[in-house]
Ligand binder design. Structure first.
Ligand SMILES: [Fe+2]
Length: 232
């Protein structure tokens, strides 16, 4: 399975997953770029879907469905179906509520398309208010191998690292991460996230010390996640 990232608006990303013949577009706001890529590679755009239904992620849906014969895979169907078969390869679908109730991530071939659940260097806002559900979603992601590549819904890298520096100023990993940053191909691994992303470092000694110093509860993983999410 191949994965191509397309940038649109200020910092949004679309993704195209494809095999030798068929393709699936996710959050297809970059309509023209996606369609010309599909044409150049002589692919058939079989499916269109979304990581969640926020307006900036679904902005390309209508036009893609008008200009192609792609089938739209809706959230409810995918949550039941749990997998998508594309050119005989399997894409796993995980329901990951937290940022929104309908958030999903897609997993294939050592990559995740993580929408606004996990970004490179930060996590999404918890608009559902359900930090427990969000925590389970994050735990589910981090059960995947640390080599897993994270393809997120936005490029927030500079902002995220700048913010991480306010919590953990002398972390050398932050500079290392920024030196690898390329706005034309934005990704990280789960291993990178465990080094730089303050919100997923709830088991990191340094982060626990920071929370303790502020008098926050650090007894359980969930308490530490909650403290990180509520305070920062
Ligand atoms: Fe969103």
């Amino acid at each position: 399975m191949q994965i191509k990232q397309f940038r649109y608006s200020t910092d949004n990303f679309s993704y195209l997953l494809y095999g030798s013949q068929s393709a699936m577009a996710i959050d297809a706001g970059a309509v023209d770029s996606i369609l010309s890529y599909v044409k150049d590679l002589n692919l058939h755009l079989q499916y269109l879907t979304n990581t969640h239904m926020h307006p900036d992620h679904v902005s390309g849906n209508r036009e893609i469905l008008e200009r192609t014969d792609a089938d739209f895979l809706d959230n409810q169907t995918l949550r039941k179906q749990k997998t998508i078969l594309l050119d005989n390869e399997t894409i796993q679908v995980f329901h990951t509520p937290g940022h929104t109730e309908d958030s999903m991530i897609f997993h294939t071939d050592g990559h995740i398309i993580s929408g606004d659940t996990l970004f490179n260097g930060t996590v999404g806002n918890c608009f559902t208010g359900d930090l427990k559900a969000f925590f389970s979603s994050i735990k589910l992601i981090f059960d995947l191998p640390e080599t897993t590549i994270v393809y997120a819904g936005h490029d927030y890298v500079r902002y995220a690292i700048q913010f991480a520096r306010t919590i953990d100023p002398d972390n050398p990993e932050l500079d290392r991460f920024l030196s690898k940053y390329d706005p034309y191909h934005v990704f990280s691994t789960l291993a990178d996230e465990l080094k730089v992303n303050p919100y997923v470092r709830f088991n990191d000694k340094k982060m626990i010390a920071v929370l303790k110093k502020r008098g926050l509860s650090v007894e359980t993983e969930f308490q530490r996640w909650k403290s990180l999410m509520e305070v920062y």
